[in-house]
Ligand binder design. Sequence first.
Ligand SMILES: CC(=O)N[C@H](C=O)[C@@H](O)[C@H](O)[C@H](O)COP(=O)(O)O
Length: 228
Amino acid sequence: MTVLDDLRGRLVVSCQADPGEPLDDPAHIVALARSALRGGAAGIRAQGLRDLRALRAALPDTPLIGLVKDGTSGVYITPTLTHVLAVAETGVDIVAVDGTRRQRPDGRTLADTVAALRERYDVLVMADVAALADAQAAVAAGVDLVGTTLAGYTGGAVPHDPDLDLVGALAARLPVPVVAEGRINTPEEAAEALRLGAHSVVVGTAITRPAVITSRFAAALVTSRELS
Ligand SMILES: CC(=O)N[C@H](C=O)[C@@H](O)[C@H](O)[C@H](O)COP(=O)(O)O
């Protein structure tokens, strides 16, 4: 069984905390991951070398997708070859990288980055894309799987809903597994992504960001008070 076999048709939970958040501690991230696995997740996605090392040590047999964020805008998801190699070094099964067609900060192409990684590590590469053309270019560059992670995050207001149209479009056209990721907020949306052909589904915020989840409930009460 490969990692991709393990993840087929299954849920991956993204366990990430922004710097300074109460959960920004590897022990908390590992606890989130253990909770997700207990609930039925088949894999974990996480950010940052410190958390990836802690997760790999605590959960050596759990499929792990790793990335590092460098900044919060532009090309910030595992943006350079240096970042890619550092993530691979932590022992993750899949390295997630920016898979858009935007210029990478180190000037390397995605194809060059993937080739240089493969010279050193036996690891899968997931391209986080925003559009069909990104995905097609990323497949040509040699990635192993594609996620809709960056749909809605490359300009303009971030939409409320997941881009399930993109999930379906990628699944219908790409020869590699498609991961549905980004703003999947309900079990029904996750199930719909699979029906549209996704190989697996990544959910983060709706499961592992309690401050955001709380704020949605709190805001609903404010609205309710204003209407009454
Ligand atoms: C756009 C970006 O930077 N996405 C990041 C990628 O790892 C994370 O901040 C998201 O939480 C993750 O993609 C899961 O998505 P959601 O939290 O919407 O379920």
